[in-house]
Design a protein around this ligand. Structure first.
Ligand code: SAM
Ligand code: SF4
Length: 325
């Protein structure tokens, strides 16, 4: 699949639920209205859609949400998707808040997951409780240990925020290094109405890189994961740090992805409302129409997001958890 700008699309982020057991302040409001469960694609529908996409050249699928591990039967879905490797899929990965890994890590590994991203913005339990509005820090720590024991490669994702966790970013990099984890830092994006003031907490990652360079030796890495992170090798730890800079350094020219919400709405870009609806097509008709809808999506896929931290309103009312972060 190619879009109108000649970008090859071979990566799908697939949200399996918009629900979550945490309420990170930059991601959700406390009282979120979630989608009715009957509107979600069933596992059969997801599997059929994924097979179709693999037939059109998709190589990697990342499961996300909301919190993907709160969807009942998630391990079964993972097995069904990893089986698509017979049809040309390279990899199924997962982004999770880690809280359910203590019980699920082994089963996920057995179902064919090899790499996961775990989101962790702080190593301070009290700050974690404040940031996520839930007291689940210990579970995340146990979850990360369980993932390591299950043999999963872990990358930690950290949203860097001024006045919130900027003081502990070097410690986080050291902590990841001790465990052999890569770390990716992310600039918070203005998506959905939330209680935090994103402007005052906005932190340009160029600043963070300079801060880290006071303590670590960073050199540009050739490592690529097919995502927007730009990586540096960390000499002291033998691990890598990636920077995801939607606001300070646009990376849209290399975009390779589309995003499927749990209801079967497919978005061409995280920062726009351009979309097609696939659920009714999957429920009613044949693959011809699926192709038509995907072609329409590709033809209209925006060139770039236009996030602007200085705008008072969020770029979109849609929350990150609805599209699949
Ligand atoms: N619940 C899972 C988790 O937290 O990893 C998966 C979904 S979550 C939406 C995916 C990633 O998006 C997390 O790393 C989270 O920190 C990040 N995220 C959420 N809202 C964001 C925002 N407004 N800007 C930037 N990153 C955000
Ligand atoms: Fe849940 Fe992930 Fe959003 Fe946090 S970032 S509220 S864990 S979906």
């Amino acid at each position: 699949m190619h879009d109108a700008f000649g970008r090859r699309i071979n990566y799908v982020r697939l949200s399996v639920t918009d629900r979550c057991n945490l309420r990170c302040t930059y991601c959700m409001a406390e009282d979120m209205q979630f989608m009715p469960r009957r509107d979600l694609l069933t596992f059969d529908e997801i599997e059929r859609l994924a097979l179709h996409l693999v037939g059109r050249g998709v190589k990697r699928i990342r499961l996300t949400g909301g919190e993907p591990l709160v969807r009942k039967g998630i391990v079964d879905l993972v097995s069904r998707l990893t089986n698509l490797r017979e049809h040309g899929l390279d990899e199924v990965t997962l982004t999770t808040n880690g809280t359910l890994l203590p019980e699920l890590a082994d089963n996920l590994a057995a179902a064919g997951i090899r790499r996961i991203n775990v989101s962790l913005d702080t190593l301070d339990p009290a700050r974690f409780a404040e940031l996520t509005r839930r007291d689940e820090f210990d579970k995340v720590m146990r979850g990360i240990d369980a993932a390591r024991s299950a043999g999963l490669a872990v990358r930690i994702n950290t949203v860097a925020m001024r006045g919130v966790n900027d003081g502990e970013l070097p410690a986080l990099l050291a902590w990841c290094g001790e465990r052999g984890f890569d770390l990716a830092m992310i600039e918070a994006m203005p998506l959905g109405d939330v209680s935090v003031d994103r402007k005052s907490t906005h932190l340009d990652l160029t600043e963070v890189r300079k801060l880290l360079q006071e303590r670590f030796t960073l050199s540009p890495s050739i490592h690529r994961t097919g995502g927007p992170a730009r990586y540096f090798d960390v000499a002291e730890t033998g691990t890598r740090i990636g920077f995801i800079t939607p606001l300070s350094d646009n990376f849209c020219s290399g975009c390779n992805r589309i995003r499927i919400a749990a209801t079967g709405t497919v978005y061409g870009c995280l920062g726009h409302d351009q979309k097609v609806e696939l659920r009714e097509i999957l429920r009613a008709e044949g693959p011809g129409t699926l192709d038509d809808a995907l072609d329409r999506l590709l033809a209209g896929k925006p060139l770039r997001h236009d996030f602007d931290i200085d705008r008072a309103e969020p770029a979109l009312t849609r929350h990150m958890s609805a599209t699949g972060g």
